[in-house]
Design a protein around this ligand. Structure first.
Ligand code: C2E
Ligand code: CA
Ligand code: CA
Ligand code: CA
Length: 279
């Protein structure tokens, strides 16, 4: 815990007096924001590279702040992690995403996998597997329909314990995706130890890929390694046709990015999915 706190502390140091006003404001108004219904989930489609079809969505949280407008999760998730508010917030995210899936099913939309981001703080909860199981069953969702996006940061505290939790989640039936691969200290050893379903390549993997031959070779090799380990590969942050061409050439399975759609509110996602099916 100490290590984690040291890392997240930098925005609050050296003294509380230096904390930007906006952060204090966010921290104070966060507690009520959940009750006031100010959080919402946006959904960004994931597209199967071979078929060109939507085959999933990532749920991304948004905060509609009454004074500040739309606040980015990059601004408030770190605060929520520091204060512990990420625990109820993370449960709300999972429950809301599951309820949304049930609703889409009722509307007659073909089933898709929804991915939900998990914070490392959530993995420090003793009851995490039980909590996830309860939320899924409350929402009437089968575990196979959910993919949890985790990052390497969850291994910072206690590797063995975290691995045990991940194996329990695999037993439960939820899929696990390693997010932001290619940033930080991405290590191939994670790939052999975690019961993963998907490897998510960070945007940095493909920026400049069109003009950078070495980058293309690294991308190509990582896809081969992942496939040999039976992992699906998703590339995120795809913005241009040229990037998509390179990605397709190297057999990546799915893409996510502005080239298809930014994250959008649930009704808009449903429409996108529906139009897409009949196109
Ligand atoms: P992430 O999980 O890596 O999510 C991908 C981010 O890339 C999203 O930013 C998405 O809007 C953005 N993105 C998608 N396509 C493109 C593209 O083509 N180009 C560029 N430049 N960006 C693209 P967003 O929604 O602002 O989320 C930022 C981060 O906040 C997420 O990064 C994730 O780490 C965190 N986050 C978001 N929602 C949640 C949540 O419900 N729980 C937790 N714990 N973290 C969340
Ligand atoms: Ca993610
Ligand atoms: Ca990511
Ligand atoms: Ca991220």
């Amino acid at each position: 815990v100490a290590k984690k706190e040291r890392n997240t502390c930098k925005i609050y140091s050296p003294s509380m007096n230096d904390v930007p006003k906006k952060e204090i404001m966010l921290e104070n108004s966060m507690l009520n924001a959940l009750e006031l219904g100010q959080f919402m989930l946006y959904y960004q489609p994931k597209i199967d590279v071979k078929t060109g079809r939507i085959n999933g969505a990532e749920a991304l949280i948004r905060w509609k702040h009454p004074e500040l407008g739309m606040v980015s999760p990059l601004d408030f998730i770190p605060i929520a992690e520091k204060t512990g508010f990420i625990i109820p917030l993370g449960e709300w995210v999972l429950y809301t995403a599951c309820r949304q899936m049930s609703e889409w099913e009722r509307m007659g939309l073909p089933r898709l996998t929804v991915s939900v981001n998990m914070s490392m703080i959530q993995f420090q909860q003793k009851q995490i597997v039980h909590t996830i199981e309860r939320i899924l069953s409350d929402a009437g969702i089968r575990p196979e329909q959910i993919e949890l996006e985790i990052t390497e940061s969850i291994f910072m505290d206690n590797q063995e314990y975290t691995l045990k939790i991940l194996h329990e989640l695999q037993q439960l039936g939820v899929k696990l995706s390693l997010d932001d691969f290619g940033t930080g200290y991405s290590s191939l050893s994670y790939l052999q130890n975690i019961p993963l379903h998907t490897l998510k390549l960070d945007k940095s993997f493909i920026s400049d890929i069109v003009s950078d031959y070495k980058k293309q070779m690294i991308f190509k090799s990582v896809v081969v390694i992942a496939h040999n380990l039976n992992l699906r590969v998703v590339t995120e942050g795809v913005e241009t046709e040229e990037e998509l061409r390179v990605i397709r050439e190297h057999n990546c399975d799915a893409v996510q990015g502005y080239i298809f759609s930014p994250p959008v509110p649930a009704p808009k996602f449903a429409k996108l999915y529906m139009d897409h099916l009949t196109a």
